[in-house]
Design a protein around this ligand. Structure first.
Ligand code: TNX
Length: 547
């Protein structure tokens, strides 16, 4: 990888020496609200220490110091009485905001809250040489940072990255690394897609077959060989124990990341029905899915299903403090409801027009349960069909149309339109890339992600307030290894980080590419297997981007 990064730098025609750091294109991603270059450098030495004003601030600083002690080998004490890096709270700065002032003899970091301090420290980390990310002492490095003043605050409160662990299971160590990496780019929501047709990944004490049966499939389709079907013959599966989940939730919280668990219903439920056939709408025994695509196996709207779902959610709520819980609700073919007596009798009893309204009735029942437990619901934009549940947040994935509609109805919206936010899609000419998703027929290069604007022009200012942020999704049908997840997510996640954090009017693709050059060595040093981007304006394959 080292040599690849080196060639990437040559490709860009730039190095990453300290001189360039003093330019306005200081290599911080996402771009801060305001950056003013000063004169000179602050050097980290044996005598450098952090001074904090409270236990809670000290805890955040200590975590950071403990990480950079590893690479610098410096003592970097955290104290209350003295220190040349002074860190404290200043509430009037606002949530998640910070001010970082670096002079040649001292550094001052003020955060509007602890998250703000954490983000200020991430900016400081990015100003240090890339070896700061190393997990061994890096010798002969000049640990200095340029004099600079930064004022910074996020554009959106919801800045998300998603990971599908249903299609392929990823272990706790990797999930932690994924969260750690995203948090360094100031993402604050991890959407953990925990259940799928091809695998259920969360231990639920009351329903042991979910982890004994639903977490395992006998094999996986090879590439796109649906017809004739070719399977790999290799069993695949795995799940997180509740202890592991608690550990990951705590790990994320230390990085100011809230985990939003997703429990899919009523669709994407083949694995559940394989374990508990009585929850489906048909009596045949089925297996955990081995192929991709939209499946007919959906949960029956019976009382037994609601008991199951509320039991499952009770355990989920106990594990995840997130105020918002994702209940899926995408891609629900209604065939099995059309042919099922229970479903039809509810339509009649509740005076519903059709199966779409039955889905809406289903989701509203789940919302009532969540709201009785002090939480609200997020669903994919299909929850608009048949009428939105009262406090639902809509995740708009089939373009931004659903998001516009929901915002007009006064609902909160998270924008994640496929065209810009699906990191399972190819990022360059498919001919030169490993197998990836392309069901919509387009490719999503880095600059396309960067060009994404989460607030549609059609919205009035008051409607636009309902767009609480955006998210990038990593679906894993064709992504079976951690290395490939990273290849698909990075550096596109850096472009998305800037979309959700930086002021719209300051975003500039040329500046982004320049800062990217300074930043890629950090990803390299963190051991993230990012894709080396083509140089700006180069089109080596002659492949046209999808815009
Ligand atoms: C659509 S996005 C899906 C996922 C797939 C993805 C593949 C959404 C709510 N549903 O189940 O994994 O496309 O790109």
């Amino acid at each position: 990888m080292k040599s690849l990064v080196f060639s990437a730098l040559i490709l860009f025609g730039l190095g990453c020496g300290t001189a360039e750091m003093n330019s306005p294109d200081v290599p911080i991603i996402p771009l801060p609200v305001s950056v003013t270059a000063g004169a000179g450098y602050f050097a980290f030495t044996d005598a450098t220490a952090f001074k904090t004003d409270s236990e809670e601030v000290a805890a955040v600083v200590e975590r950071f110091a403990s990480e950079i002690r590893v690479s610098t080998g410096l003592p970097l004490m955290v104290a209350f009485d003295e220190g040349d890096i002074e860190v404290g709270l200043q509430a009037d700065l606002g949530v998640e905001s910070y001010q970082l002032t670096i002079d040649s003899d001292r550094i001052a970091l003020k955060g509007g809250d602890l998250a703000g301090i954490f983000y200020g420290l991430q900016s400081l980390r990015q100003l240090l040489p890339a070896q700061i990310e190393a997990n061994v002492v890096a010798s002969n490095v000049d640990w200095s940072v340029p004099a600079i003043t930064i004022s910074d605050a996020p554009r959106f409160p919801y800045r998300g990255m998603h990971l599908d662990v249903g299609r392929y299971f990823f272990d706790v160590a990797f999930v932690k690394k994924y969260i750690d990496t995203m948090s360094r780019y100031k993402f604050n929501r991890f959407h953990w897609h925990l259940t799928e047709d091809q695998g259920w990944r969360i231990e639920i004490k009351k329903y042991p077959l979910l982890t004994e049966v639903a977490a395992w499939r006998k094999e996986t389709i090879v590439e796109k060989n649906f017809d004739p079907y070719i399977g790999d013959g290799i069993p695949h599966g795995g799940f997180y124990t509740q202890d592991e989940i608690r550990e990951v939730v705590a790990y994320a919280a230390e990085r100011f990341v809230t985990i939003i668990p997703e429990i899919e219903m009523p669709g994407h439920s083949t694995a559940v029905i394989a374990a508990y056939p009585q929850l489906g709408c048909r009596s045949e025994k089925i297996e955990v899915a081995v192929t991709w695509g939209v499946k007919d196996e959906i949960l029956c709207p019976s009382e037994e299903t609601f008991t199951f779902l509320t039991d499952v959610l009770t355990e989920v709520l106990d594990l995840f403090p997130s105020p918002k819980i994702h209940i899926g609700a995408d891609e629900v073919p209604k065939t099995n409801w059309k042919n099922n007596a229970v479903a039809q009798s509810i339509i009649k009893r509740e005076n519903l027009a059709d199966e779409e309204e039955l889905q809406s009735w289903f989701i509203k029942r789940i919302e009532a349960f969540l709201s009785a437990n002090g939480r609200t619901l997020i669903g994919w934009d299909e929850i608009l069909e048949g009428g939105l549940a009262p406090n639902a947040t809509v995740m708009s994935w089939r373009g931004v149309v659903g998001g516009i509609e929901a915002a007009r109805q006064g609902h909160d919206v998270i924008m994640t339109p496929t065209k810009y936010a699906y990191f399972d899609f190819y990022q360059a000419d498919p001919a030169s890339e490993p197998l990836a998703m392309n069901w919509a027929g387009f490719t999503i290069p880095l600059d396309t992600v960067y060009s994404f604007e989460p607030i549609p022009e059609e919205l009035t200012a008051s409607e636009a307030k309902h767009i609480i942020g955006a998210q990038a999704n990593v679906w894993t049908e064709y992504i079976s290894t951690p290395e490939y997840v990273e290849y698909m997510a990075y550096p596109r996640a850096l472009a998305m980080a800037e979309v959700v954090w930086s002021p719209k009017e300051k975003r500039n693709i040329d500046s982004f590419y320049t800062r990217l050059v300074g930043n890629l060595p950090h990803l390299e040093s963190m051991g993230v297997n990012y894709r080396i981007p083509e140089s700006r304006n180069a089109n080596p394959t002659g492949f046209a981007a999808n815009q």
